[in-house]
Design a protein around this ligand. Structure first.
Ligand code: HEM
Length: 394
């Protein structure tokens, strides 16, 4: 491929409050500029199109995560020791420690409990009728994941704030990241205490990690980072998917009717929801050597920004990308990442989101908006903050 010497430049701040809340016009502008675009504000190469995002995610020898996947040096240092920020054997070793917890077989043992919890959440919400759907979407992830990870009851009230802050801290060093840094360090401090006091729940992931540390398979400090590794990305992401589902079905009643008429569409609907409103906006990688991408030379050390949310709306990859259609085959969407760092918890996220959809199909006839939705302000997470809806029982 001939080398391009002129790399298009984008000056607007992709992480301003207005760009976070209304991000799709920025993605479209970036995609129109080219496959690799220099973000002058953040000194990083943005990848707005599907093909290059996928290529980078699959080439983890060239585009590494051990330099951090955030956009500022503080977060990229603090996050060292996590699965997310590691490469090669080190990454495989960390990932294998907890893989058995999230296999399809392990998840099947959780299915009944998750289904029952989802049914209870939806039943209570349908009885209230008028709800903030974000609260409804929060209930299931908050009851499933902290138990799985083994977080003690005490301190759970802070989890959501800490987890959101952990994502915020991975953005550029803007006001948002600075404001939330203490909360993200709070989670780290708390996890250290949990490991020190061995106060994890028996039979949980945390318990497995303590045992691995006792047997010398990991360092005690890794127990802390790995607990956070599984807890931090598991709340806002799934809350995002479930609340976006409620939003999308409220605003696309014909799609809701399709789903109600054919509940077998649930797995496809989950992919389409994650494609259409990707819960994670972007993570970065560092070039481990001089390389090129789509004909653009990238010197060793260059940071590239994988825009999952933009790749999932790229018209070069998707027909009518801005149309929400649960009949679409969106299995190749990049919302859960791809390749070696592909989401370790996606089976669980799919289980929770599907359980909520099935519970809604059974108990709710129509979903109607009753007010203006509000999007959260977070550097990395794309999710609703408030979503007033009426659930009209079946
Ligand atoms: C809808 C929900 C979710 C979405 C959209 C999502 C998205 C992602 C994405 C995009 C990545 C890739 C990061 C990269 O490319 O560097 C990732 C990694 C990860 N996710 Fe998720 N996630 C979700 C739910 C969960 C849950 C429920 C858990 C835990 C139980 C979890 C645990 C992880 C972990 C541990 C990694 C790091 C994997 C690695 O680096 O090898 N995620 N997730």
């Amino acid at each position: 491929m001939p080398m391009r010497t002129e790399i298009p430049v984008y000056h607007p701040d992709l992480y301003s409050a207005s760009a976070i809340r209304d991000t799709y016009p920025h993605y479209a502008a970036l995609r129109a500029l080219g496959p690799v675009v220099w973000l002058s504000k953040h000194k990083v190469y943005a990848l707005p199109r599907y093909a290059e995002c996928k290529q980078v995610l699959l080439d983890d020898d060239t585009f590494v995560s051990s330099g951090g996947v955030g956009l500022n040096p503080v977060a990229n240092r603090v996050g060292q020791g996590t699965t997310l920020f590691s490469d090669g054997d080190e990454h495989a070793r960390r990932r294998s420690l907890l893989a058995h917890r999230l296999t399809p077989r392990a998840l099947r043992t959780m299915q009944d409990t998750v289904d029952q919890q989802a049914a209870a959440v939806v039943e209570a919400a349908a009885a209230r009728r008028t709800v903030d759907a974000v609260e409804v979407a929060t209930a299931l992830p908050m009851s499933v994941v902290p138990d799985l990870v083994g977080w003690p009851q005490q301190g759970r009230e802070h989890l959501l704030r800490w987890a959101g802050a952990t994502f915020d801290a991975l953005g550029p060093f803007n006001r948002q990241a600075v404001r939330t840094l203490p909360a993200s360090l709070g989670m780290m401090r708390y996890a250290r205490g949990v490991v020190r006091d061995r106060s994890v729940l028996d039979g949980s992931m945390g318990h497995d990690l303590l045992r691995a540390s006792d047997e010398g398979r990991i360092m005690p400090a890794e127990c802390v980072t790995m607990m956070i590794d599984y807890l931090a990305p598991s709340l806002d992401t799934t809350i995002s998917a479930i609340s976006s589902a409620l939003y999308l079905f409220a605003t696309h009643p014909e799609q809701w009717r399709l789903l109600k008429a054919d509940p077998d569409l649930v797995p496809k609907a989950v992919n389409e929801i994650v494609r259409y409103e990707s819960p994670i906006r972007a993570f970065s990688r560092t070039a481990a050597r001089d390389t090129e991408l789509a004909g653009v030379p990238l010197p060793k050390g260059s940071r590239v920004l994988v825009l999952y949310g933009s790749a999932n709306r790229d018209p070069l990859e998707w027909d009518d990308p801005d149309t929400f259609d649960i009949r679409r085959d969106a299995a190749r969407q990049l919302g859960f990442g791809q390749g070696t760092h592909g989401c370790a918890g996606q089976g669980l996220a799919r289980l929770e989101t599907s359980a909520m959809l099935r519970a809604l199909i059974e108990r709710v006839d129509r979903i109607e908006p009753t007010g203006t939705p509000e999007w959260s302000l977070n550097n990395v997470i794309h999710r609703l903050e408030r979503l007033p809806l009426e659930l009209i029982p079946a």
